[in-house]
Design a protein around this ligand. Structure first.
Ligand code: MTE
Ligand code: MO
Length: 329
């Protein structure tokens, strides 16, 4: 298969995304060329037999909690993306490598849902989603979201600071990283049957990143429970980093001394690193990151990308003295 070398935004949306281009090559390398890649992705397009309901709040026992008061500390420099766009244009490889996974994602059962917390903590525990929600301080935040593919949106998340959850479980002093993993349910998330991906989707933060005020666990979106396609019932939001760090469908948090290898780093370490902080001056090996395609109320607009996606005042201090690390890939 031909590997495209053009810029991210020159690839038509009906074609492979920059991220999926590499997966397709990976499937070929693993010797499943005939059934892998585009054929497999095509087979996962929404089928007629599947349920086509998209109102996760209809059955969500947390629906009554929203909307919640907005924390005005985090301001946008642009209008909000229409809800309809943000909930119908997604990356969620568990359900396929196309942007139109919202129908398939409805198959995910989000209750009962537990989150397992283990590793270097005083007390390992498994928390029920609704018990957790009752114990966390909920607020709304307007955040920009920048995908490594050079598209962006601005959205209202509801949820709680990740720091509140870290404080609840009290990690040991030896914990250096917080490792985050999604569920494993290949019977409903058919992307997980594609064995060449390193499931479950995994990513991690340093303790300094995880306890920064900006690090947020989203449980709501546009004043309602967050839809499945956007990561229900729990999803990370770290807006100074590229979108691929922002794990959806969180099922397990592990405090660790070792730095985890993230999903995309495992697939292609030369293109997707551990840090993944947004920087317009550091191009992706296959395209520029200088600007982005912002999806706003008036359609698509090309805007310049900012260092740390515009959040430098909150996070730049985390990285002082770390110039030798590949912080921006
Ligand atoms: N579990 C899981 N989380 C994920 C992904 C994924 O494939 N699986 N994709 C990531 C990427 S690349 C992006 S850009 C964002 C997209 O979030 P959105 O669809 O809610 O805008 O989710 C991130 N979280
Ligand atoms: Mo992304």
């Amino acid at each position: 298969m031909l590997i495209k070398r053009n810029k991210g935004w020159e690839i038509r949306e009906s074609q492979a995304t920059p991220e999926s281009v590499f997966l397709n090559r990976r499937s070929l390398l693993k010797g499943v060329g005939a059934i892998g890649g585009m054929a497999a992705a095509g087979a996962m397009l929404p089928g007629k037999a599947l349920a086509d309901h998209n109102e996760s709040d209809e059955v969500d026992p947390s629906a009554h909690l929203y909307p919640v008061a907005q924390n005005k500390t985090y301001k946008l420099d642009r209008p909000l993306t229409p809800e309809k766009f943000a909930t119908h244009y997604n990356n969620y490889y568990e359900f396929g490598s196309q942007k139109e996974i919202y129908t398939l994602a409805q198959q995910l059962l989000i209750r009962p849902w537990t989150i397992q917390i283990d590793g270097l903590v005083e007390q390992e525990m498994t928390l029920d989603m609704d018990d957790l929600l009752a114990r966390m301080p909920l607020e709304e935040r307007l955040y920009r979201h920048r995908c490594v593919e050079a598209w962006s949106i601005a959205v209202p998340y509801s949820g709680f600071p990740l720091k509140a959850l870290v404080n609840l479980v009290r990690p040991l002093g030896s914990a250096k990283y917080l490792v985050m993993q999604t569920f494993e349910k290949p019977e409903v998330a058919r992307g997980q049957k594609q064995f060449w991906y390193p499931w479950p989707y995994t990513d991690g933060l340093t303790m300094a990143e995880a306890t920064n005020d900006l690090a947020f666990i989203a449980t709501g979106y546009y004043g309602k429970p967050i839809p499945r396609q956007n990561g229900a019932p729990l999803r990370l939001a770290v807006p100074w980093k590229y979108g691929f760090k922002q794990v959806k469908g969180l099922a397990r948090l592990t405090f660790s001394e070792e730095r985890p290898v993230s999903f995309w780093e495992d697939i292609q370490a030369a293109e997707y690193g551990f840090w993944a902080n947004v920087n317009p001056k550091v191009p992706h090996p296959r395209w520029s990151q200088a600007s982005e395609k912002f999806y706003g109320p008036d359609g698509v607009e090309r805007l310049p990308t900012k260092l740390f996606n515009g959040y430098a005042e909150f996070v730049a201090n985390i990285y002082t003295g770390m110039e030798k690390e590949p912080l921006y890939m």
